[in-house]
Design a protein around this ligand. Structure first.
Ligand code: SF4
Ligand code: SF4
Ligand code: SF4
Length: 276
């Protein structure tokens, strides 16, 4: 009974957290966009939480599409906000605490202290497409290619720094084009890697520069999947269905690939003993 109540309470808490951010930013920055933006995202996530609690199989995909398409199409293509990592550096260097910097602060830097890599499971517009591919669970062991993420992270920082150092004009326009080209490259590389490694999430595991922020912060996440050792029969099903190779039966923060958990709930849905 308590577990059922907790399942429905969590989306409500998430909605209240997003509403707090929405109202605070609206009042402090005097811009109603923040109220609408964060209410929409919080509402979408809460809706997904209720659908998950109700057992709807595609709940996570619904949230991914609601939030991912909104950010890619509305914020990115229509409002010309570069929400990729270059946009974050750009706004950071100009000292503007606006869309991309706020987005990174909430979803990718401080948010993960609360909800881990929920961004990766429910909102990312890159994974929104990759999750449609056929390799939902990896069939091969993880490769030692995680170092590539540091290269792409450094490349994004060097690219934006060079634009500032060279005093290039109209960087705002360049940022918009960087958003288009960057996204096209992410999709192309992500899809190619998924087929090459037979793993939809290969891009997330090896290439994505944002994980340089996400992984260390999510190590301390408040919301994590825990295993009830009394109920677990060590059947290994949770490990087999996990898209991110997490050993969720280990409750330690140092568990294998612990900072990779995207809270997709596949392990919870598939556990035969209701131990997660
Ligand atoms: S690892 Fe990167 S590409 Fe993958 S879901 Fe997270 S933010 Fe998106
Ligand atoms: S699926 Fe459930 S019972 Fe099986 S190992 Fe995982 S937690 Fe234990
Ligand atoms: S299957 Fe479980 S452990 Fe693996 S990413 Fe999803 S929620 Fe995390």
């Amino acid at each position: 009974m308590m577990k059922q109540v907790r399942k429905y309470l969590l989306p409500l808490v998430m909605f209240l957290i997003f509403e707090t951010v929405a109202v605070t930013l609206w009042l402090t920055k005097g811009n109603i966009f923040y109220l609408l933006n964060f209410s929409y995202i919080g509402g979408s996530i809460a809706l997904g939480g209720f659908l998950i609690a109700g057992g709807y199989k595609y709940a996570r995909r619904v949230v991914q599409l609601l939030v991912g398409l909104y950010m890619l199409v509305y914020l990115g293509l229509i409002c010309n906000e570069n929400m990729q990592i270059e946009g974050f550096w750009y706004y950071l260097f100009t000292g503007v605490f606006e869309a991309a910097t706020i987005h990174y602060a909430v979803a990718k830097i401080f948010g993960p202290l609360l909800f881990g890599r929920g961004w990766c499971g429910y909102a990312c517009w890159t994974a929104m497409v990759l999750d449609f591919l056929p390799y939902k669970t990896p069939s091969q062991p993880r490769r030692k290619l995680g170092w590539i993420r540091y290269v792409t992270f450094a490349a994004s920082l060097i690219f934006v720094s060079a634009l500032f150092l060279a005093k290039v004009g109209n960087i705002e326009r360049i940022m918009f084009w960087a958003f288009l080209v960057g996204n096209a490259a992410y999709y192309a590389i992500g899809i190619a890697l998924a087929f090459a490694f037979k793993d939809n999430r290969a891009f997330c595991k090896y290439i994505c520069p944002i994980t340089v922020f996400l992984k260390p912060m999510s190590y301390f996440a408040l919301f994590r999947i825990r295993c009830d050792k009394e109920k677990c029969i060590d059947c290994g099903k949770c490990r087999r269905v996990c898209p991110m190779d997490v050993d969720v039966t280990d409750n330690a923060r140092t568990r294998k690939n612990g900072t990779e958990c995207i809270l997709c709930m596949e392990c919870v849905r598939n556990c035969p003993k209701n131990a997660l």
